[in-house]
Design a protein around this ligand. Structure first.
Ligand SMILES: Cc1cc2nc3c(=O)[nH]c(=O)nc-3n(C[C@H](O)[C@H](O)[C@H](O)COP(=O)(O)OP(=O)(O)OC[C@H]3O[C@@H](n4cnc5c(N)ncnc54)[C@H](O)[C@@H]3O)c2cc1C
Length: 805
């Protein structure tokens, strides 16, 4: 066994084998995989191993396409062919129009990744799958690439190819400890001896937290028991003369695929069970949980009604095994939060279908620092301090129970709420707030017009339209108050703080005390990594502010680049909350509640100062995401309530009302303001993202400059544009394809109604030759081609006269 290598992958299931193989493909061949037992002895060996192309984001579709292409290549390898039934096709069923709309949207989104899904009516579903009835069925989504693969030979084939490229695989090698050294390298301790390495990768399936504990980390991953059975031969399958397509059913929560001449049926029962919460026996390997079909009778009935042929066949085999879930159902693939040179590929609940793609994107991140798609949807840093074991289990149960029921826009499911709140949360609830969840925080979405107000879940404008319009109107004509909790706030101090931020940011951000600026941080490839509001507090320090979700991501980036600078960096994210006061009367309210001089001359746009709000100390910034005159008031959480009361009292004379995140979304779209990870992605550089004015190529140096110069020389691959969408009924949803003459020319990144300009607005990344103002395009919205025209980036107050006051 080697004692020194570049990377050690821990775990020999699909996650580990795929990562090992892809590391060799990306150029790291001195790499090792260690497995405590034999390859595939965790969950992988008993997987139903369906491989679908379906995903709900373009990154997920893209990585699944990679799996499918790779698996076909392995199937066709004459030296070691893998058993892969590719192209049986699969149907996701639906019995509501809202589900069908979802499928139409996902088809539009996948088209942008070169993947064609078909939306079928019920009769066509039954024609393609002769065993199903059309009762209580509206139709479904057809994925022609669907199929299943033999998990054991897949992993062996990947390990075999990795070995050929120089990697080594050590079976019966149990990792017992991990030590990190001062230079951030690791020693992996095993029952067979130690291995020193640069990088460790946790691919330990349901044992993820045993290995996590060895590096002092808890991963938000929980296991559920999951069952399927295999039936005896079904005559209807033999008579059909072709393989049965796969089925996935959100109506009765099961999946089904052909296995020999019978069917394999897997269940997501409501009466489900977590597994291994209090530890896992070291002997549980190549093992299963006891069968318990009683638990799944609720879903079985639905499957029998859909496929009556099941009533006449016996069950040959039952499998009940642990399957891992995370807080939002997507896996954790990327850097381990708070650790250097440590990565994970864990929480895979569809690891056979996705594993090829996840291993690929992880290897790219390890070797090149970034993958070819933006990987935020699978980034392990997206859950911050709230990702504890109890919350994870509750969300895992909820997600398991809803396996095939995708979230509708603005849907936030109830399990594990509230997890992050402020002293104002119950006050806002008493005001009638509906909450959305942002990085665990309960954030006001809007104020309900009646306690039983319940908008219809779906893809069209709904009953919230007029509610949001009302909130925008108050902000535009008088003054509104909005709580923005969880805003990421990192204090950067020390003599080198200005030089440090200058090195990170691609533009020139003001260093003047009392001034605020906006800056963009690039990765080594010259693409957008982070966005920061830089506030130079009078007398120091600097506050680096960014999106709530970026809390761990941005901290990681800042700390990683702090070597050589005399700076201190600490998070104040959880210590303060912002109250945003916005609207033409906001200055009057500030003057009434705070003794300072709030005149334009004394405190112009883009200023920051310390002040008191009533008796509560605050840091106040004159910045605006709504496009109205506004103040961002940062208040310590323990004095938040007092400040809130003071603002409400002072605002009464001016008609102050509360507004929420939906109103903010509408207003920021009218202003051309971008959202991190919706409109700012690691796939595109600032020029492509329309942020030219925030880049100063004549600066001495900044991270990503050389790469950006090269990209600039090659010209943009896309351009972010604002579109006016010709629909009164439906917003353009992120991912929808922008079309011209039957071809995809772009992808929507954000969309909603702009209430001040009375316009349906979308942002989209489009091909540069389609980016000129006035260009007429279409968006594939829920199966219809809706006209959309390129408009100026900010249809509302483009001169920024309102925030300037
Ligand atoms: C019943 C069932 C049906 C499923 N059906 C499908 C499906 O149809 N399609 C699909 O895509 N997915 C399916 N899945 C999910 C899929 O099987 C898993 O996502 C996938 O197998 C997880 O692979 P993994 O490599 O992450 O974990 P595992 O396969 O569990 O591999 C982890 C490995 O790490 C090793 N290990 C752990 N600790 C250590 C240590 N300390 N030292 C060294 N080695 C260690 C283990 O021995 C194990 O081999 C199903 C799961 C179940 C339970």
């Amino acid at each position: 066994m080697k004692t020194q290598t570049r990377a050690v992958v821990i775990g020999g299931g699909i996650a580990g084998c795929s990562t090992l193989y892809h590391l060799t493909q990306e150029g790291w061949t001195d790499v090792v995989l260690v497995e405590r037992d034999e390859l595939t002895s965790g969950t992988t060996w008993h997987s139903a191993a369906q491989v679908t192309n379906f995903g709900m984001t373009q990154t997920m579709v893209g990585l699944k396409t990679h799996s499918i292409n790779l698996y076909q290549e392995l199937r066709d390898d004459a030296d070691y062919p893998v058993q892969y039934n590719h192209g049986d096709g699969g149907i996701r069923l639906a019995n509501t129009e809202a589900q069908m709309d979802g499928y139409r949207h996902f088809a539009s989104m996948a088209r942008g990744m070169g993947v064609e899904f078909e939306v079928l009516d019920a009769e066509e579903c039954a024609r393609r799958h002769p065993l199903i009835s059309t009762d209580n069925l509206l139709g479904g989504l057809w994925d022609g690439n669907d199929g299943d693969i033999d998990p054991a030979s897949l992993c062996q084939a990947l390990a075999r190819r990795a070995r050929k490229a120089g990697a080594e695989v050590y079976r019966q090698t149990n990792v017992t400890g991990l030590t990190q050294h001062k230079d951030d390298s690791w020693t992996v301790h095993t029952n067979k001896g130690d291995i020193d390495c640069e990088v460790v990768i946790n691919a330990c399936g349901y044992r993820v937290n045993e290995v996590g504990a060895m590096m002092g980390v808890h991963h938000p991953v929980a296991s559920m028991e999951h069952q399927y059975f295999v039936t005896d031969e079904i005559p209807g399958i033999i008579e059909a003369g072709h393989r049965m397509p796969l089925l996935r059913c959100p109506i009765s929560d099961y999946y089904c695929r052909q296995e020999k001449n019978g069917l394999l049926l897997g269940f997501y029962e409501q009466d489900c069970k977590t597994w291994g919460m209090d530890g896992i026996s070291p002997d549980f390997s190549n093992d299963l949980c006891p069968d318990d079909l009683d638990r799944v009778t609720d879903v079985l009935e639905g499957a029998f009604e859909r496929m009556p042929a099941l009533m006449d066949v016996g069950i040959k085999n039952i499998v009940n095994g642990p399957i891992t879930y995370t807080i939002d159902g997507a896996p954790l693939v990327g850097p381990i939060p708070g650790k250097r040179n440590a990565f994970c590929i864990i929480g895979l609940r569809a690891g056979l279908g996705e594993g090829g793609g996840h291993g690929w994107l992880l290897a790219q991140q390890i070797v090149h620092g970034e993958a070819q798609y933006d990987t935020w949807v699978i980034d392990p840093r997206r859950f911050t301090g709230h990702g504890n074991v109890e919350l994870t289990a509750l969300k895992a149960i909820e997600d398991y129970q809803n396996e095939f029921r995708f979230h509708f826009p603005h849907e936030h499911r109830p399990a594990g709420r509230p997890i992050k709140t402020t002293p104002l949360t119950p006050i806002m609830a008493a005001e009638g707030a509906e909450f959305t969840v942002v990085n665990g925080w309960e954030r006001v979405e809007y104020i309900k017009p009646a306690p039983d107000f319940q908008p219809t879940l779906g893809f069209h404008f709904d009953e919230t339209f007029d509610v949001v319009a009302g909130e925008v109107d108050v902000v535009h004509k008088a003054v509104g108050l909005c709580e923005v909790n969880g805003f990421n706030r990192i204090e950067v101090d020390g003599p080198d703080r200005a030089a440090f931020l200058d090195h990170l940011i691609c533009g020139r951000v003001t260093k003047k005390e009392g001034k605020v600026g906006l800056g963009y941080l690039l990765n080594d490839h010259g693409c957008i990594k982070a966005e920061a509001t830089v506030a130079n507090l009078p007398g120091g320090p600097v506050w680096f502010g960014s999106a709530a979700a970026a809390e761990w991501h941005d901290m990681d980036w800042l700390k990683r680049h702090a070597d050589g600078f005399d700076v201190s960096i600490r998070s104040l994210t959880n210590d303060y909350t912002i109250l945003v006061l916005a609207g033409p009367k906001s200055r009057d309210v500030m003057s009434a509640v705070s003794r300072a001089d709030w005149s334009k001359a004394a405190f112009p746009w883009l200023s920051v100062r310390h002040a008191f709000i009533g008796i509560a100390p605050a840091v106040v910034m004159s910045v605006s995401f709504s496009g109205e005159m506004a103040y961002e008031i940062h208040i310590p959480n323990n004095q938040l309530y007092g400040a809130y009361l003071a603002l409400r009292a002072a605002g009464e004379a001016h008609g102050l009302k509360i507004f929420g995140a939906r109103a903010v979304e509408s207003m920021r779209l009218e202003k051309g303001f971008l959202h991190w990870k919706a409109d700012q992605l690691t796939e595109f550089d600032p020029f492509e993202t329309g942020l030219d004015r925030f880049v100063k190529m004549d600066k001495d140096d900044f991270i990503g400059k050389a790469a950006l110069q090269k990209r600039q020389a090659n010209g943009p691959s896309v351009k972010l544009v604002s579109l006016q969408v010709d629909s009164m009924t439906t917003p353009a949803h992120p991912g929808a394809s922008v079309m011209l003459d039957g071809k995809v020319v772009g992808t929507v990144s954000s969309g909603d109604w702009g209430h001040r300009v009375g316009m349906n607005i979308a942002y989209a990344f489009v091909q540069p030759d389609q980016a000129a103002e006035g260009t007429a395009l279409h968006i594939d919205m829920l199966g219809a081609l809706v006209p959309a025209k390129v408009i100026p980036p900010a249809p509302f107050d483009p001169e920024m006269s309102l925030p300037r006051g």
